[in-house]
Design a protein around this ligand. Structure first.
Ligand SMILES: Nc1nc2c(ncn2[C@@H]2O[C@H](COP(=O)(O)OP(=O)(O)OP(=O)(O)O)[C@@H](O)[C@H]2O)c(=O)[nH]1
Ligand SMILES: [Mg+2]
Length: 200
């Protein structure tokens, strides 16, 4: 909500609108990487080492170099001019930490579901979750090196998504790419909300 900052001696200056967004998706798709790449503050991470105990539990196929995993959340912040500040919450990818999703989702404008085309089915739980909650979301395909490239129409078809739902390609390691994803999400979420009947 916008309000005047006159009490701080700067009459007429507005505080930016705060928007909460989620970065969700399956295990190892690059959620922590994206939040860290775009954040203008030092991101909060809750990474723990993957140990031998997770063998047979965590599917690291495709991300064999990965040796840590998010156990609670990632947090970052990014401003767009003086008008908007986005607060980013990255969810844990592994099923055993999904109980965190409800807490993290409260009050979120929308969610990015990151997808890895080598393991596309891993993002079904996130798609189901946000569809059920009625949270606006977009799908961002994180283009890993060496992974076969698909176009967005193929990904949309494979995930059974409606043509009006944005599917974009990105590189979670690149700040500009991550920013474009977030802008697409905010625009989509605002459009979805503008079509919803006003609550009483
Ligand atoms: N080549 C390439 N590697 C990436 C990309 N994004 C992430 N990685 C690597 O892939 C691995 C997974 O990245 P994370 O950001 O930890 O994934 P995550 O989704 O947060 O994983 P969990 O929290 O464990 O579910 C890391 O080793 C990253 O360095 C990408 O766009 N391209
Ligand atoms: Mg993570």
């Amino acid at each position: 909500m916008d309000y005047e900052r006159s009490e701080r001696g700067k009459p007429g200056r507005r505080l930016p609108t705060a928007i909460k967004l989620l970065v969700a998706g399956g295990f190892g798709v690059g959620k922590t990487t994206l939040v860290s790449a775009v954040s203008e503050i030092r991101p909060l991470r809750t990474e723990e080492l993957l140990t031998n105990r997770s063998v047979g539990v965590d599917d690291v196929a495709g991300v064999e170099a990965k040796n840590t995993t998010t156990v609670a959340m990632d947090f970052g912040r990014i401003s767009f001019g003086d008008d908007y500040v986005l607060y980013l919450f990255g969810t844990p990818g592994q099923e055993r930490f999904w109980f965190m999703w409800d807490e993290l989702s409260a009050g979120a404008l929308g969610a990015v579901i990151l997808a890895d085309t080598r393991r596309l089915a891993d993002c079904f739980p996130a798609v189901d979750y946000f569809e059920r909650r009625g949270t606006p979301f977009i799908v961002a395909v994180n283009c890993f090196d060496g992974a076969r490239q698909y176009d967005v129409a193929e990904v949309r078809l494979a995930l059974g998504l409606s043509p009006s739902l944005p599917v974009v390609l990105c590189d979670a390691r690149r700040r500009e790419s991550g920013k474009e994803v977030l802008i697409t999400l905010v625009q989509h979420a605002m459009e979805v909300n503008s079509k919803r009947p006003a609550s009483v």
